[in-house]
Design a protein around this ligand. Sequence first.
Ligand SMILES: [Mg+2]
Length: 171
Amino acid sequence: MTHFFDMDGTLAVYEPEIFQTQPWYENLPPHYFANLPPISSAVNYILSLLEMDRRSIYVCTTVAILDNDKAFYEITTDKIRWIQMHLKGRLLADHFLVARLPRGDNLTQAGSYTKSAVAMARLERPLQETDYLYDDFNPNLNDWRDHGGTPIKVLNGINSYRDDMNCISFS
Ligand SMILES: [Mg+2]
């Protein structure tokens, strides 16, 4: 059994207004992703799972930057800082996974850069029903299910309930 957690909108508060202007990463406050407030009950949940068996817990986040290497590294580093602070150093270093979109691709046609692909590459096997993805974003959840895993939709007050998969609310 494995548990994969999304970050934005699942473990950390998601602020959609940040993504309104394009390219969205050019006007971020300094270290924006390191300073996002945690969704405390979600963080407590993953901490309790980490306590039980840290080898089964992963964080898988998308850094959706197509053409700016500097922004990609800064944001990824800030997300690692966030994980270190809020997960108290308990997440195994090689259990932090980044789905990076390739140039010229987009969120719904991410091909081999989807979370399922990143997870399968890390696990070195196909997804199974006992591989769970906690995520707030439907394309990630659908993709996970299409590849044999079990998606759990995280309701965060911005997205909507769906009756074809388990939903969970941490707030
Ligand atoms: Mg998300």
